[in-house]
Design a protein around this ligand. Sequence first.
Ligand SMILES: [Mn+2]
Length: 317
Amino acid sequence: MDLLKELEGAKRIGITGHIRPDGDCVGSCLALLHYLEICMPDAEKEVFLEDPGRSFAKIKKRECLICDFPEREPFDAFIVCDTTGSKERIGEAIKYFESAAKTLNVDHHISNKEGSAMVNHVCPEVSSCAEVLYELMDESRVDAVIAELIYMGMAHDTGVFRFSNTSRRTMEIAGKLITYGFDFPMLLDETFYVKTYVQSRFQAQVLLNARRYLEDRVIVGTADKRFMDAMGAGKDDTDGAVNELRNIHGIECAVFIYEKAPGLYKASLRASTDNVNVAKVAESLGGGGHVRAAGCDYRGAMEDMVYILLTEISKQL
Ligand SMILES: [Mn+2]
């Protein structure tokens, strides 16, 4: 895809990502915004995303995020990053997507292989949407702001260059990006590593309550509304819990489930070996993601969701 060619002539451009935006999603959307500010200064550009929360409060271009999804005239071009154009995944921004004259999709989710926009650029073998985007950019127009945002997206989706989706190319790009001279240790601390007191206590309690299944190769941690209220934890505090579970010795598949609305449960799944494809597990409940990181929702009883997911996982193990 030639990004600028696809956008040629567009006077009003909208950008969005997925609901509950993560570092890759936020970094991609804002990096794209700034790239278009440089390359298409005369076009009007807006980014719509849910509030990404405390850890992203100080990142570059944060002030440009429109988090309340106001009414807008149809966009000439609307770009979806790091997700599909499905209502479940882009949430309220679906109204811009459906009314836009032209839609574009830049992503790296294998479950989005076909793409949902008029023009799709989906590279499932690439670490992050940020990396996919960087490859679409003209390097000579990349500045320190773009470099920082792309770096953040790549770092978050690779667990700071640790997961198996980290390629030689990922490291080459990251190496190039840090030469722009932003404070990457502080960026990683603020957006990735630092947790609030409540979040740390919440995760500790989830670990304490977690149970192992299938010859101790699978672990399930859960948090219902009552438990979250008792801990004073909100949905922001659930971030990272599944990775803590995944880090346990001998665990090949980690599942973390929390109640995001009464009777509505959200599961995050992680695999630490190739024995389990969690994207496939998540798809059994209408979710999706990557082979080693995926998620899905379920309405009903939490025990039923645990049972369904364990059944799917046991088919693979
Ligand atoms: Mn991503």
